[in-house]
Design a binder for this molecule. Sequence first.
Ligand SMILES: Nc1ncnc2c1ncn2[C@@H]1O[C@H](COP(=O)(O)OP(=O)(O)OP(=O)(O)O)[C@@H](O)[C@H]1O
Length: 278
Amino acid sequence: MADSVNDERIPTVICDGVDIVYRVNGTGAGRGSATAALNRMLHRKQTEKAAGVRRVHAVKNVSFTAYKGEAIGLIGTNGSGKSTLLRAVAGLLPVENGKIYTNGQPSLLGVNAALMGDLTGERNVILGGLAMGMSREEIKARYQEIVDFSGINEKGDFITLPMRTYSSGMGARLRFSIAAAKNHDVLLIDEALATGDRSFQRRSEKRIRELREQAGTVFLVTHSNATIRDTCERALWLERGVLRMDGPTEDVLAAYEDFTNGDKPKGPAAPAPAKQGK
Ligand SMILES: Nc1ncnc2c1ncn2[C@@H]1O[C@H](COP(=O)(O)OP(=O)(O)OP(=O)(O)O)[C@@H](O)[C@H]1O
């Protein structure tokens, strides 16, 4: 007899031995100058070091498989590679080694929505909806729901003001509300909930659960362990770019909390990129 549980586990994201390396130009002599840039173009074959290129190995040999209906929390201290990994899953960063396979279109919250600061919140709801592939009719039908969910208009008519006038929390709330209006195959959320107040966080957590139930996969990066506990049943712990643990949220968070409480992390996990300029 076929194993019905296994039959239902449909993979949505597979990361297979993924390495991601940033290259920071202009860290050697003559950095940033036009001559240095020209030299880099002319002498492509010379070593990166000689060309003043510094490598930041942000994600190291990471492998995991995510399935339909899962909400997965990504945890780790500052600079451990969480955002980098999400951006690569979204297809926004190339991988150095390994492969990322996705089943369905991943949407990275805030980036795919392509919102514009000079436009009003109202116009951005339409723009964001169109950017996510919704029709004008669909957007019109869901407009009020999006605005109500964001809570932008709770303290006045802010939705008709340009988005650049919003606080960072208000902007994040509107971005989340637009992105959450659509059902996603794979929704990647990077710290978007952290800036919202508690009541908005509760609404968002509820919406994340609904998105999961609609058979999508949700990845959530946040430093709020409480949000991960409330929303995700699985967690991936990245530290210095390495996947230290992958398992049930409670187990992973317990180990992570031991790590952050006792053994204090010493600054950024990977070498910080060189500062621009002098
Ligand atoms: N554009 C970039 N160029 C060069 N290095 C980068 C760039 N973006 C991130 N890094 C480096 O990659 C490493 C991982 O950064 P990343 O932002 O993925 O970490 P994170 O776990 O999301 O951190 P945080 O919790 O602080 O948001 C860090 O060492 C960081 O300095």
